[in-house]
Design a protein around this ligand. Structure first.
Ligand code: AMP
Length: 208
C-alpha cells in the first residue's frame, strides 16, 4: 500500500471526503492546508490574519506562508500520510520533494459544472472539519455534524462568485502539477463522479 499520497484535483472534487475515508479505513494521517489555514483564521493568529484576504478572494496564500508550515507538519507526522491541498504549485511540489518521496499523486477528475453544484451546496463542520452536501451527503439532523454534534456552516469561499475564482486559480497554478507527477510516473487519475462509495472503490484500487 502507498505510504505517501498527494490528493490532486480542483476544489470540490472530493479530496477531503475521500481523504477522510482513507484515514478511517486504512489509518492514514491527513494533512490539509485548507483546514490548517481555516483554523488559523478562526484563532486570529498572525498567519490567519495574513491568509484570510487571499482565501476569501479565491487566490492562493503566498508560498512563504505555507511551505514552512507544511514542512513542520510533515516532519511531525507519524506513519502513512495523505496531503490534501498541498502542493498546489510547482514551487510547493519542488519544496516537498526535498523532504518527502511522494508514492502516488491521485488526481480526482470532475467537470466544472458538477464542482460548482457541489461547492455551493457544501456545508462544513468548524470543529472536526467533516464535510456534507445538502442533497447527496446530508447530515442526519439538519445543520448538525453527525460526527461531533457541532453546528455546520457554509465556508466564506464556498459562494458561487468565489468558486469561479478558485477554479481559475486551480487551472493556472495547480493543474500543471498533473504533468509534473505524470512525468515522474506517480500520477493516477480517476473519474471523481458517482457516489462517495463508488469513487472510494476506485481510490482503494489506486492506493494498492
Ligand atoms: P481548500 O480547503 O483546500 O479548498 O483551501 C482553501 C483555501 O486555502 C484556498 O483557496 C487557498 O486560498 C488556501 N490554500 C489551501 N492550501 C493552499 C496551498 N497549498 N497553497 C496556497 N494556498 C492554499
Amino acid at each position: 500500500m502507498k505510504s505517501t499520497i498527494v490528493l490532486l484535483g480542483p476544489p470540490g472534487s472530493g479530496k477531503g471526503t475521500q481523504g477522510e475515508k482513507l484515514c478511517s479505513e486504512f489509518g492514514y494521517v491527513k494533512l490539509s492546508t485548507g483546514d490548517m489555514l481555516r483554523e488559523a483564521v478562526k484563532n486570529q493568529t498572525e498567519l490567519g490574519m495574513k491568509a484570510k484576504q487571499y482565501m476569501d478572494s479565491g487566490a492562493l496564500v503566498p508560498n512563504d506562508l505555507i511551505i514552512g508550515l507544511m514542512k513542520e507538519k510533515i516532519a511531525a507526522a507519524d506513519g502513512k500520510v495523505i496531503l490534501d491541498g498541498f502542493p498546489r504549485t510547482i514551487e510547493q511540489a519542488d519544496a516537498l520533494s526535498g523532504q518527502l518521496d511522494v508514492d502516488l499523486a491521485l488526481n480526482l477528475d470532475v467537470k466544472d459544472e458538477e464542482l460548482i453544484k457541489r461547492i455551493t451546496m457544501r456545508r462544513s463542520c468548524p470543529s472536526c472539519n467533516a464535510v456534507y452536501h445538502l442533497i447527496y451527503n446530508a447530515p442526519k439532523t439538519e445543520g448538525i455534524c453527525d460526527k461531533c454534534g457541532s453546528r455546520l456552516y457554509q465556508r466564506d469561499d464556498d459562494t458561487e462568485a468565489t468558486v469561479l475564482n478558485r477554479l481559475s486559480t486551480y487551472r493556472e497554478k495547480t493543474m500543471p502539477l498533473i504533468g509534473y507527477y505524470e512525468s515522474r510516473g506517480k500520477l493516477v487519475t480517476i473519474e471523481g463522479t458517482g457516489t462517495i462509495d463508488e469513487i472510494f472503490e476506485k481510490v482503494r484500487k489506486a492506493i494498492q
